[in-house]
Design a protein around this ligand. Structure first.
Ligand code: GAL
Length: 369
């Protein structure tokens, strides 16, 4: 039997709370029940909804109590939710942080109670209390996005110059810097040679950032860039780190008179393989690329970390030296992201049952762009 909402938990887990409080050694871990709190950032991005449910189901199937909550991009709400989970006696926390630097205090409380803390997808910074990190090779995401642009512009045969603009993700999400760095390192040689030109001059992370990964903010910035630098309509590509941002960019391009599906429409990258973005890639109606991160696998990795500890072992990790959170290199398990464009969306997404043709056909914009 399981309970998946915290308000239902009082009384049912009293024993577990007493049993696990303060325990962290291997002998004591035999008493763990697997009680896990899942703290997700928002329901406005498809992936977190899919992963929240997937994680919840895996934990439930293993017989573990779970609590799943979404902070809806409110930093304080996420902190309160995590505190509530700790008060309810969770033994594990799986957290995709809204703000990577605001959880130190609440995680210190969790650590005092012997909770194992798994940083999920996004690395939590500036705290010694993160035990494990489950994520993707985030630098590689940026490399894939920039490589799509270079390939589509045929930079080896054609020296341009091509006009490109760059967007980065939320500045308080540690992933943003890895995506951005991967993209800019890939562009570097071509920028130096003059094949790629960023007319705005905005080549640093800060001015290109998009708080909360918000498509509306991205649209506004894109509109400003078009007005200030592209009156001639000569923008060739936009490096965008996430599908929601990409759709904001596309909306601004359309409003400025670029026509999707024509040769003059800029190349636009993305990430997360959201159904509505995949539809645009398939139909050539805007965004041209996304990066698929198989979130089913990521959920499995995080679940497996919990399970191994409950079973008395330690989690499998495959990287000990990349993700420095300011206190330590956090032991990580990293998965590989996959490039998706018009040539392979079906094979990568549909044949693997990540999205069905119907889901893509019926996908509609839900962001208020
Ligand atoms: C990042 C994540 C991306 C995307 C973005 C916006 O942290 O790695 O895949 O989901 O947040 O939600």
């Amino acid at each position: 039997m399981y309970l998946s909402r915290r308000r239902l938990l009082y009384g049912s887990t009293g024993l577990a709370v007493t049993a696990v409080a303060g325990c962290s050694s291997d002998e004591e871990s035999a008493e763990l029940t697997g009680f896990t709190g899942i703290s997700m950032p928002t329901t406005t991005s498809e992936r977190w909804v899919i992963e929240g449910e997937a994680l919840e189901n895996m934990l439930i199937d293993a017989g573990y109590d779970t609590i799943l909550e979404y902070g809806e991009d409110e930093i304080e709400a996420q902190i309160e939710q995590i505190q509530g989970m700790i008060d309810d006696g969770v033994e594990f926390l799986i957290i995709a942080a809204i703000d990577n630097q605001s959880l130190g205090e609440v995680l210190a409380t969790a650590k005092d109670r012997g909770v194992t803390i798994i940083s999920y997808d996004r690395l939590i910074l500036q705290t010694p209390d993160v035990d494990y990190y489950a994520s993707f090779d985030n630098y590689r995401v940026g490399v894939l996005q920039a490589t799509h642009i270079l390939d589509r512009l045929s930079v080896e045969e054609n020296s341009g110059p091509f006009n490109v603009e760059v967007f980065s993700g939320s500045p308080d999400d540690s992933n943003s810097q890895y995506f951005f760095q991967g993209g800019m390192d890939t562009f570097e040689r071509y920028m130096y040679e003059g094949t790629i030109n960023i007319r705005s001059g905005e080549t640093e992370q800060e001015p290109t950032s998009t708080l909360r990964w918000d498509g509306v903010r991205a649209k506004d910035r894109m509109t400003g860039l078009l007005e200030d630098h592209y009156e001639d309509g000569e923008l060739h590509a936009v490096l965008s780190p996430y599908d929601g941002i990409s759709r904001g960019v596309v909306a601004a391009l359309e409003e400025a008179g670029y026509i999707p599906g024509t040769a003059d429409f800029p190349i636009v990258t993305g990430q997360d393989a959201e159904a509505i973005s995949v539809k645009a890639i398939r139909d050539e109606t805007g965004q041209t690329q996304t990066v698929f991160k198989d979130t089913r696998d990521l959920a499995e990795v995080a679940f497996d970390m919990v399970k191994r500890i409950v079973d008395g072992g330690s989690p499998e990790v495959n990287d000990l030296g990349t993700y420095d959170n300011g206190f330590k290199f956090v032991p990580s398990y990293l998965l590989e992201p996959v490039n998706v464009d018009a040539s392979n969306w079906e094979e990568v997404l549909v044949e693997s049952d990540y999205l069905s043709e119907d889901e893509i056909d019926e996908a509609e914009e839900w962001l208020e762009i």
